[in-house]
Design a protein around this ligand. Structure first.
Ligand SMILES: [Zn+2]
Length: 278
């Protein structure tokens, strides 16, 4: 499937600072959350922030995917704290922000649709019963309901900016669990990039000046075409400066942590952006 050019939804125009789309995706009922929420930001801000794993909603039709409440509240279902940081950072930078509220276990919006982990059959030690035998039509339904409308909305914004000459600095906001497969992770924040390290290198330099921080350079993951979608499509392929950020979840579990990290990142991004011609 050509995931870069779907026609599921007509382009929409940003008319309000807070915008919730109302077009009804096929898997979702009218009273369920839409597949994305947008804060439009300022038309002079270069920043565009995405949060692919901001929420842990499940479409009612999928039940609990066979998981317990505790499992659905944990890191396998969503990026704990990332949405809070993204909202605060967007406010600081007057950025365009788009967040995806459904659990990544429904369909991972930071994976190509043909990646085996697009609909994860297991995560860390947890088997996901509801994802063991997902038929092609059911996978397509999940994509049409969440993945496509979310990414289409991002493309609409990028196209609008390109048409109107508004530059884009693309930030993909994520968070990671402090311990994975019984191994503790030392980093406070990870800076991820692949082919285009322009912004990543600058941020690594700026974060390196923060003496208290342990900063991961493509840690705890390295970005790649198979494990990432946003920075590939919206950064590399469109030539926009970009970075994927991973913040450790225990640092941003509450309001104070989210605010502190958003303020730090806003300061560093302002400094970083002066190094890009606009
Ligand atoms: Zn994530």
């Amino acid at each position: 499937m050509d995931t870069d050019n779907p026609n599921w939804f007509a382009p929409t125009r940003v008319t309000a600072r807070v915008e919730l789309e109302t077009v009804q995706p096929p898997l979702l009922q009218e009273d369920e959350p839409p597949p994305f929420s947008v804060i439009a930001g300022s038309e002079t801000s270069p920043y565009l922030i995405t949060c692919d794993h901001a929420g842990r909603e499940l479409p009612r039709e999928l039940g609990t995917l066979g998981l317990s409440r505790a499992e659905l509240d944990g890191h396998i279902a969503w990026d704990i704290g990332a949405g809070g940081v993204a909202r605060r950072l967007a406010t600081e930078l007057d950025a365009f922000l788009i967040m995806q509220p459904y659990s990544r276990l429904v369909i991972d919006c930071n994976r190509p649709l043909d990646a085996p982990s697009s609909i994860a059959q297991h995560s860390e030690y947890t088997v996901v019963p509801g994802n063991q035998r997902v038929s092609a039509p059911d996978a397509e339904m999940r994509a049409r309901s969440i993945f496509h409308p979310y990414h289409h909305r991002i493309r609409c914004e990028l196209d609008r900016r390109a048409t109107q000459g508004q530059p884009t600095i693309f930030i993909a906001m994520h968070s990671f669990t402090p311990t994975f497969m019984s191994v503790a992770r030392p980093w406070h924040i990870g800076v991820l990039y692949n082919r285009d390290s322009r912004l990543g290198r600058i941020l690594l330099e700026l974060l390196g000046r923060e003496a208290a921080l342990v900063v991961g350079d493509n840690e705890p993951y390295a970005a790649s075409d198979r494990t990432d979608y946003g920075i590939v499509q919206y950064g590399e392929r469109r030539g926009n400066p970009h970075v994927e950020l991973e913040i450790r979840q225990d640092l941003i579990a509450d309001d104070a942590g989210q605010t502190a990290w958003a303020e730090l990142l806003a300061r560093l991004f302002r400094e970083a952006s002066t190094r890009f011609p606009s």
